[in-house]
Design a protein around this ligand. Structure first.
Ligand code: KG4
Ligand code: ZN
Length: 362
């Protein structure tokens, strides 16, 4: 690591022209992640230390435990990403991007303070990134060995479905969001996690329900769909209650057998996916979108990906969805969004603070 702060303690910000290399840090929830991304697209390195196994024993995230794990892992994860990207000379890094919200306060603070320190000692600009914007910009990412693919065209419609958020937005250009609708109660991922627990499946519920549903023999279990009138809003709490009743009725006080779990998981997943895919298709049609973008952990769901792909194909437009590991939390997506933010002039000072409830559009 070459360059040092000049003697006298002054903060030197070197020229940011050109390199397009963003070092990104993400610690908003339960993944400690650092990445290096070039020109907002090409992943030079992306390292994620997941706490999923640790939180599985408590069936969910304990915020203090998550923050302590970030402290434990941030330096090794950074070192691995730096060395995989071959970064020895900090003058090649255009900016340090970091998630400043939304998320868990203690978790966010670890990443923010780490990124601040890097930016300060290496004289690089610090760029704050909204985690939700990161999930959208994951659609811009390219793996090193993947063939070149055009960037998502505007206007586009993006559906973000994660453990904490579910919303639809229209983008006419970079960093421009028009909110179309959002959940009025639970996020889609939260519904997957809660129903997964009711079905006795391991944490997190999303992937476990997807796996169980694939084995369903009977596929006629119907759960309600909350259409929320003509709006683009979503609601999953009624579905969760319906699932609880069906699980109790089917079990009759005893544990469910494998077939019952699979059939109920199938019915639940169909209901969530049907509403998400239908509303996303309608929004894309009415917005005359040139592409649909999917992001967030639930976008790793194969049935959702297929169903939205069918809608996009019917409209003659592409569905752009990152590979599953880039749908769930990672720092490469923060590096992609951070590049466009950096080029738009977004900067944070060293008093940047965590914003646990930061909205996408304020
Ligand atoms: O984006 P993410 O990693 O973290 C948040 O920002 O919330 O999303 C995590 C959520 C969890 O609720 C998890 O159950 C869900 O994404 N998820 C899935 C799948 N993989 C992860 N939901 C449905 N199907 C999946 N394959
Ligand atoms: Zn997320």
């Amino acid at each position: 690591m070459g360059r040092r702060r000049p003697d006298g303690g002054g903060r030197r910000v070197m020229s940011t022209e050109g390199t397009g290399l963003i070092l990104a840090v993400e610690t908003s929830c339960d993944e400690t992640a650092v990445a290096v991304v070039e020109q907002g697209r090409l992943i030079r390195a992306s390292v994620v230390a997941s706490q999923v196994a640790m939180h599985a024993s408590t069936g969910g995230i304990v915020p203090e435990v998550a923050a302590r794990a970030h402290l434990r892992w941030i330096v090794p994860v950074f070192e691995e990403a730096r060395s995989a990207a071959g970064i020895d000379d900090w003058s090649t890094i255009e900016a340090v991007a970091v998630t400043n919200g939304p998320g868990l306060a203690g978790s966010l603070l670890v990443g923010i303070n780490f990124a601040k320190t890097l930016a300060y000692v290496h004289g690089r600009p610090l760029v704050p990134v909204n985690h939700l914007e990161g999930h959208i910009y994951a659609a811009w990412l390219l793996d090193r060995d993947a063939p070149e693919r055009p960037a998502p065209p505007f206007p586009l419609v993006a559906l973000v479905v994660s453990g904490g958020h579910t919303f639809l937005v229209e983008m006419q250009d970079h960093l421009q969001y028009r909110f179309l609708g959002q959940t009025v109660d639970d996020a889609a991922g939260e519904a997957f996690d809660k129903v997964g627990r009711l079905l006795g499946l391991p944490y997190p519920g999303g992937p476990a329900i997807m796996k169980a549903a694939a084995g369903a023999r009977r596929r006629d279990v119907e759960f309600p769909r909350a259409w929320m009138g003509e709006s683009y809003d979503f609601s999953f709490s009624g579905l969760k209650t319906a699932a609880r009743r069906a699980i109790e009725a089917r079990g009759g006080g005893k544990a469910l057998d494998v077939d019952a779990v699979a059939e109920l998981a199938y019915g639940f997943q169909e209901s969530v996916v049907d509403v998400l895919a239908t509303k996303t298709g309608l929004a894309a049609e009415r917005s005359r979108a040139r592409a649909i973008v999917l992001g967030g952990g639930v976008a790793a769901n194969a049935v959702l990906r297929d169903r939205v792909a069918e809608r996009a194909a019917a409209l003659g437009i592409p569905l752009i969805v990152p590979r599953p590991a880039l749908c769930t939390d990672n720092a490469a997506m923060i590096g992609a969004a951070g590049f466009f933010r950096a080029r738009a002039g977004t900067r944070a000072s060293l008093d940047l603070d965590a914003r646990p409830s930061l909205p996408l559009v304020s």
